[in-house]
Design a protein around this ligand. Sequence first.
Ligand code: CA
Length: 466
Amino acid sequence: MSVGSLRAPLTTAAIALVFATGCGDPAVPDVPLVTSIRVTPASVQLSRPGDTARVSATALDQTGSPMAGEAISWSSSDAGVADVSDAGLVTAVGFGSTSVTATHGAISASVAVTVDSTPPPSATELLATLSSPWGIAQLPDGRFVITEKGGSFALVGAEGNSVLATIPAPFPVHASGQGGLLDVAVDPDFATSSRLFWTFSEPGVGAEAGTYGTAVARAALVGDALQDAEVIYRQHPKTGGTGHYGSRLVFRGDGTLFVTLGERQLGDPAQDITGTLGKVVRIHPDGSIPEDNPRRPGWAPEIWSLGHRNPQGAALRPGTDELWLVEHGPQGGDELNRVQPGMNYGWPVVSYGCPYGSPVGDSCRIGGGTHAPAYEEPVAYWVPTSTAPAGMIFYDGTRFPAWQGNVLVGALAGRTLWRMALDGDAEAAREELFSDLGERIRDVHQGLDGWIYVVTDSGRFLRIGY
Ligand SMILES: [Ca+2]
C-alpha cells in the first residue's frame, strides 16, 4: 500500500471534521494523526561494503505538518545488500540494490539503496560543431576520424575536443536525404598502410545518371591529406531515391571487410540474389571477393547474407568472427540480428513491424511476424514503435565492468542509447541510457581508452565516462 493512497481519504476526513465543527456541532477534537512519512534522501548510492550513509524520516500529520516524538522504526528489505539501524544509519553489506523502509504503524516510506562500485556514467560534450556526423573511427595514435555527411572527414585530436583538420572526400557524394559521406573504418594494418576505408552514396554517371548506390573507397592518410584514393566496391544496381543506404564497415579477424547494404527503400530487391540491395557483402580490402563466401547458385559472389532492410549499425562479437547488426524495420520491427553466412533475414517477406499507417497492434505484422522456419529470427526487435537503430558496439573494455559483453546501440527516432545484455545468443535485458539528452545518436564507438564515444545528428561528439 502506498503512502499516497492513504493520504487522500484521511485529508478528506480532516476537512469533514473542520466542516462539522464550523456548523456548531459538538466540538470533535482534531487530533493530529500520522498520515504519511517523509524520508530523505530519496535514494542512496554506496560504493562498497562498509560504506555508510544517513537517512532520516519525519512523521507528518493530515495537514502535512511534522510531528515530533512519533516512534519510527527502520528496516531493510535485503540485509545482504545493506543494513539500517533504528537511528537511520545505512551500512553497505554486499553489492546490489535494496530499499530501507521507515515504518510507523501501518504507514511507511522507503529509500532506494544501491551498492555498486561503478558510479553512474555521464556524458561529456567534446565537440558541438560537427555537421551531421555519421561515423567514428580512431587512429592508433588516438586521433579520431569522424565523417560529416556533406562530404568531409573531421580529423579530431586524441582529447576529442579539437578539430585538427577538415579533409574533403576524394570522390563526389550525393549528399541528399539519407545519403552522403557515411561510415569510416581504419585499416587493421594502418601502421604499414596508413589507409582509411569509407562508404558513401555514389552518384551514377553516364547511363546511370540520376541513380545512386552505396560505394566503398580507400585512401592513405598522409598528414592532413588523402592520397591514392580508389573506389574498391560498388553496390549494384544503382537506383533512384535517397534512402536506405545501410553502410556500416566492419573488419573481420581474417582481414576481410563486411559492408552492410540497405535495400534503397525498394523492399523486394533485398531478396534478389543477383544484386546487392538489402545484403551484407564480404570483400577483401582491395575489393576482390573471397573464395569462401557462401557463393550459392545464382548469387552475386560477394553476398554474405540477404533479406536486410536498412542496417545502420554493425559490430563483431568479441572473441568470434560473428557479425551482428541492427537494422531499421518499417513501422516497428527494428531488429538486432546475428548474421550467419548464407542466411536470409526475411525482409520484405516477414517482419515484426507493420506497414506504415497501420493501427498499433500485432495483427498487421508483415508476413505474420515470426520469421522461422523459412527465415532467420532476429535476436531482438523493437515494437510497436521504431527506435531507428544506428551505430552499435559490443562493449569489451574495462571502464564499465557491468557492461562487459553488452550490445550498445544508438537510436535516432528513439533518441537514446540502448544497452542490451545477452544470455548466450539471446537477449536477456535492455535499458535506455542518456534519453535525457534528447539526441539522435548516429554512431557509437569504443575508444582505445575504454570510454564510449557517440556522435549525434545535432553535431555533438560526446564521451561517456564517469
Ligand atoms: Ca528480419
